[in-house]
Design a protein around this ligand. Structure first.
Ligand SMILES: [Zn+2]
Length: 404
């Protein structure tokens, strides 16, 4: 099997190239893997997604390495013939994005070494951001911001980035940031006066091309610190999204963006306080409402009042308040229902001197509502998904009560 000459090793900014098709194989997926004698396409690897682009106008959806050190260009549908001379073209915006993220990672990783002797153990380019896993103990926003600050200074100093090929012997004498992953001659990426790392990826010509680095979030993960960051165009895109969100929230308060968090926190605190005031008022209202219901109900021959009543938009808690206010009266049974949005709610209760098993009634009523519920002989709660059957369910409970 032929090896593919990797043109991106020497020129990470090469967009167009000419090559010969030296092999092609049909895949079960329906794709064809095309091998070229030379390519500018970077294949998936090192935490970096593959380039995409075209071969003679045919879409290359992914590139991967094979075991023979060839680069396979995956094409869907018709593919060029073996022996054909083809013109390849990579998607430059995607390559530039990968160059910014990947080179940004070199710089940020070295900044974390320089400041905190914290080596990077993993790197991934994700859909919208990137992640590095770092041996950083005691991470804080301030600590990570310092590393990001240093990384940005290195970017804005626009330092040169050189590619060097060294032997294993020579490599041993060099202060490499990480152990080389492969045998034989090494490709070493040197960021002038800052970083020296063996790497087979695509890099900027100068650090300025990375634009900037921003930290988005961090967390502890598997004994390491996982830092989510963005470089270059991704940092700008993320700024736009964050700014849009912040301005939308600030707009709700007709306030400045910087005040939005403070105002939201204040509103949440007020909301909590209002919630408790509403609950307290509901208890008072429940007593008044209970008195009206009691006054309207006539006791049976044994002197017991059964109040079967359906209300609108009462949640479980306020329905329970009303039931408790009712059974504060002697010889009272409360069979209450509520149409609460899409749900049906039930609370059955009786005063200590009244007869009846509320738990048994509740189970019967809930079966009618296609729901569930239960409780004790004197107090039971439940609900279901059929508020339109509340009438029937409570009617069932009234009927069953007379049979108990
Ligand atoms: Zn690299």
């Amino acid at each position: 099997m032929p090896r593919t000459e990797r043109l991106y090793y020497n020129d990470s900014h090469l967009v167009e190239f000419e090559a010969l098709v030296v092999d092609k194989t049909e895949r079960v997926s329906g794709w064809t893997a095309v091998t070229l004698d030379r390519t500018a396409f970077y294949p998936t690897g090192g935490g970096q997604p593959s380039d995409t682009g075209t071969l003679d106008g045919l879409r290359v959806v992914e590139c991967i390495d094979d075991e023979q050190d060839s680069v396979l260009h995956m094409i869907q549908g018709r593919a060029p013939e073996i022996g054909a001379a083809v013109k390849g073209r990579i998607d430059w915006p995607r390559r530039l994005d990968h160059i910014q993220q990947h080179t940004g990672q070199h710089i940020l990783s070295q900044a974390l070494i320089t400041l905190f002797s914290a080596p990077t153990r993993g790197f991934r380019v994700l859909d919208q951001s990137c992640e590095i896993d770092v041996e950083l103990t005691n991470p804080t926003d301030a600590v990570i911001d310092r590393a990001v600050e240093l990384a940005n200074n290195v970017i804005w100093e626009d330092r040169a980035i050189a590619i060097k090929t060294v032997t294993r012997e020579e490599a041993r004498g060099l202060p490499l940031r990480k152990e080389p992953a492969r045998e034989g001659e090494l490709r070493v990426i040197e960021i002038e006066g800052f970083d020296l790392t063996p790497c087979g990826g695509t890099h900027a010509f100068r650090t300025g091309e990375v634009g900037m680095i921003a930290m988005r979030s961090w967390e502890r993960a598997k004994g390491l610190t996982r830092i989510e960051f963005l470089a270059g165009g991704r940092a700008l895109a993320d700024y736009r999204r964050a700014n849009q969100t912040a301005r939308a929230v600030a707009g709700l308060f007709s306030a400045a963006r910087e005040d939005a968090a403070k105002l939201t926190a204040r509103m949440l605190a007020e909301n909590k306080e209002l919630h408790w005031r509403v609950r307290a008022l509901e208890e008072i209202a429940a007593r008044v409402e209970a008195n009206d219901l009691i006054a309207a109900a006539s006791p049976d021959t044994a002197g017991t009042r059964t109040i079967a009543h359906i209300l609108d938009n009462r949640d479980a808690e306020s329905l329970k308040h009303l039931a408790l206010a009712l059974i504060a009266h002697p010889q009272t049974i409360a069979l209450l229902g509520s149409r609460d949005k899409e749900a049906a709610r039930l609370v059955f209760a009786r005063s200590a001197d009244a007869e009846g098993d509320m738990n048994a009634l509740m189970r019967k009523a809930c079966a009618k509502l296609d729901g569930r519920g239960g409780g004790k002989p004197d107090l039971a709660q439940g609900g279901g998904k059929n508020p339109e059957k509340l009438d029937e369910a409570i009617g069932l409970a009234v009927g069953a009560l007379s049979e108990q």
